[in-house]
Design a protein around this ligand. Structure first.
Ligand code: SF4
Length: 282
């Protein structure tokens, strides 16, 4: 019986994880993984889905696409507790504006855990034939965190899985990944993240608006739907745990009112460093 753990790639379908997968295909990272797993929130820009279709043909191992359904639909679904408070089952890292004008952030985000980590681990368990209660490592999970994001490294919470960060071992930054892709004649991978992700930097919002207007429109539609749902809850006299308006942009202004026409920085830096598991934006 083969007791060696299998190697799988957590594929975010962005620059770092795509480079890692292609380096494995070239034999520059060993051993050859059993598979890559992409957890689909169903809310990525079209460029990411096109990229996945392309990447699938380049890799000698399969890409398993797994999903828990549409994150945006779940995030808009308001539920009510017995004592009349409304809540959503999954939460996105929105910016908040309280009635007295204080700006903040949602304190506890669950979207990555629910829609990225859980489906990937479920599939990895299946591929590794992990038994209930297994304590020995059966899966080595490659995570595409690069040297410039070293603070995102976190050990696996599962006893049967062990995290590995090949780009850190190779001391490769995101820029090094782009150079590696270029040197091998590959196109530049997209930046992967949900179209409405509040972790987007101003530069990324600007890029989306200019280069992927459909994705930007989807983000606007999501923010409008969110405001509508919350207004309905207020009309019904329901309160929620946040007592604040929710926004996608740090300025706490609806996205369609943020001026992205110049290169002016509105104070929103890339915030994927806050997403410690290294599942989004890589
Ligand atoms: S990309 Fe953003 S919204 Fe989507 S799962 Fe990751 S942190 Fe959540």
């Amino acid at each position: 019986m083969n007791t060696e753990p299998i190697h799988i790639i957590s594929l975010g379908a962005g620059v770092q994880s795509s480079t890692m997968a292609l380096m494995a295909a070239h034999g520059e990272i060993t051993p050859m993984p059993t598979a890559a797993i992409f957890a689909d929130t169903q809310d990525e820009p079209e460029s990411v889905y096109r990229w996945l279709d392309w990447l699938e043909k380049e890799l000698p191992f399969p890409i398993h696409r797994v999903t828990r359904g549409s994150l945006s639909q779940q995030a808009l679904k308001m539920r009510t507790t017995k004592d009349g408070r409304s809540f959503t089952v999954t939460s996105i890292p929105y910016f908040t504006l309280s009635k007295n004008g204080d700006r903040g952030k949602i304190p506890h985000r669950t979207c990555t855990a629910d829609y990225k980590i859980a489906p990937i681990l479920k599939k990895a368990r299946e591929l590794g034939g992990i038994k209930r209660g297994q304590k020995t490592v059966g899966v080595i999970q490659w995570i595409g965190i690069s040297l410039d994001e070293v603070h995102r490294m976190k050990p696996s919470r599962e006893k049967w899985a062990k995290s590995r960060w090949p780009l850190i071992d190779l001391r490769m930054s995101r820029g090094d990944c782009l150079l590696w892709m270029q040197k091998h004649g590959y196109p530049q991978p997209p930046r992967s993240a949900c179209v409405y992700c509040p972790y987007h930097s101003d530069a990324e919002w600007r890029r989306l608006k200019k280069e992927e207007p459909l994705a930007f429109e989807r983000a606007l539609a999501f923010e409008r739907a969110l405001a509508f749902e919350r207004a309905c809850q207020c009309q019904k006299g329901l309160t929620d745990n946040f007592h604040s308006q929710l926004f996608l942009h740090r300025s706490c202004v609806p996205l369609d009112q943020v001026d992205f026409s110049t290169n002016e920085d509105h104070g929103q830096q890339v915030m994927f460093g806050n997403e410690c598991e290294g599942m989004c934006g890589v």
